[in-house]
Design a protein around this ligand. Structure first.
Ligand code: ASP
Length: 420
């Protein structure tokens, strides 16, 4: 079969597998430098192309999505369902993480020597970021910061929550003014939305190369050896993520939608592969939207509402990770977290995951807030840093799968999913 005739998701998968192999070869045979200089820029170009369209895509699609939901009651209903689903699944994810980490105890038995060696490899840059995250404003200030004082600045600085706020408010207000006056504005943004989506189609054609380049650079840098040192921790994390996807999402799809579980996972696969190699829910958003609409039959206005929101606030993989990592670090330091401390972890991880940006390594920075909440030493972050990139790739897959699950379920509950 001709390579160019293969479906996109197969090409992306091929790019990923060849990238892993090439990265391992580079790591073993000492040509990682070549990969960083000549291959990695292809991945960076892909990410830059996608980042270029995220702001306009989120704004235009949310505005059009909100405005075209029609009446304000429907918007409220869909908004409530979406938020309820996001909060419930994130709480379940953290609970799974906490249960597994308490049952398997990955941090018990890590030798003091191994701990010292891992801490030594701390990255100063991350240290500073962790410190800044702790200086972050209170929850009230964080909520206030969602309201932009200057809309242009929100775009310039790429503040996603502010962009979402603006788009939702504009969409609601458009549905409150007479149709003959709102129609031209909605048409304009529909046009912008179509334009951005067309750009996404084009960019997605380069995805297999971008994925190849990104993954080979990561593997050339880290190798797979570091996984062995933190083997038990990594296994617990990946096990938790698999359980969450395999049980929670599958059950939710099976019971709350009319979609076949297998069709769902096949349809979302291209986006999962991009999430895996980019470690960024935001960068994956265009692909998530494309797969959910085209392969899973969710109408555009529901995708436009649930997915941009989910890419920013719904991070089940990250939340599960923060639960496991907190218990793991506490165990390494010989601390026993009480039930009430673990409830604090649940609450702070829920909030921290909502506040985590959909970009690589954002979860590990926000982990500082969770650790701080229960008095677990922050230096512990250094212990898990070595494997963080690889686990970040895995948790991002779960993050975007959760968003797509929600879109399918909301569409089914509204009786609006197209038959596949
Ligand atoms: N990289 C993740 C995402 O974009 C966030 C994280 O670091 O957990 O979804």
């Amino acid at each position: 079969m001709k390579l160019s005739r293969l479906p996109l998701h197969t090409k992306i998968l091929l790019g990923l597998l060849i990238g892993v192999f090439f990265g391992l070869l580079a790591n073993r045979c000492g040509f990682s430098g070549f990969v960083f200089t000549y291959v990695k820029p292809v991945g960076s170009a892909f990410i830059r192309l996608i980042s270029m369209v995220i702001g306009p895509l989120v704004f235009a699609s949310l505005l059009v999505g909100t405005a075209s939901l029609g009446d304000i009651r429907k918007l409220g209903r869909i908004g409530a369902k979406t938020m309820a689903f996001y909060l419930c699944t994130t709480t379940i994810a953290i609970t799974i993480g906490l249960l597994l980490a308490n049952a398997i105890k990955p941090g018990v038995g890590l030798s003091a020597e191994a701990r010292a060696r891992l801490i030594q490899s701390t990255d100063d840059k991350v240290n500073t970021q962790v410190e800044t995250s702790l200086k972050k404003p209170s929850i009230l200030d964080m909520l206030l910061n969602i309201i932009p004082t200057n809309p242009i600045q929100a775009f310039v600085e790429g503040k996603m929550l502010q962009i979402i706020f603006l788009a939702l408010m504009a969409g609601v207000c458009l549905s409150l003014i007479p149709p003959e006056r709102s129609r031209p504005v909605i048409s304009l943004f529909k046009g912008i939305n179509d334009l951005v989506i067309q750009m996404v189609h084009l960019i997605m054609k380069t995805a297999p190369y971008g994925v190849f380049a990104m993954i080979s650079a990561v593997i050339a840098d880290l190798g797979l050896g570091i996984l062995l040192v933190l083997c038990k921790y990594s296994i617990v994390m990946v096990l938790g993520l698999i359980l969450h996807m395999g049980i929670v999402y599958s059950l939710a799809i099976k019971t709350l939608s009319k979609q076949k579980v297998r069709t769902f996972f096949r349809g979302i696969r291209p986006a999962q592969l991009i999430a895996f190699s980019s470690s960024s829910s935001s960068a994956t958003l265009p692909a998530t939207m494309e797969c959910t609409e085209k392969n899973l039959g969710v109408p555009a206005e529901i995708c436009s509402f649930t997915l941009p929101l989910g890419a920013t606030i719904n991070m089940d993989g990250t939340a599960l990770y923060q639960g496991v990592a907190t218990v793991f670090i506490a165990q390494v330091y010989g601390m026993n977290l009480t039930v009430s401390q673990q409830l604090t972890v649940l609450l702070t991880a829920l909030l921290a995951s909502i506040g985590t940006a959909g970009i690589p390594a954002a979860g590990v920075i926000m982990l500082a807030i969770v650790l701080n909440g229960v008095g677990v030493p922050l230096e512990g972050i250094a212990i898990i840093l070595g494997v963080d990139r690889i686990l970040d790739m895995c948790r991002t897959v779960i993050n975007i799968t959760g968003d797509a699950t929600c879109a399918v379920i909301v569409a089914s509950s509204e009786g609006e999913r197209r038959k596949q």
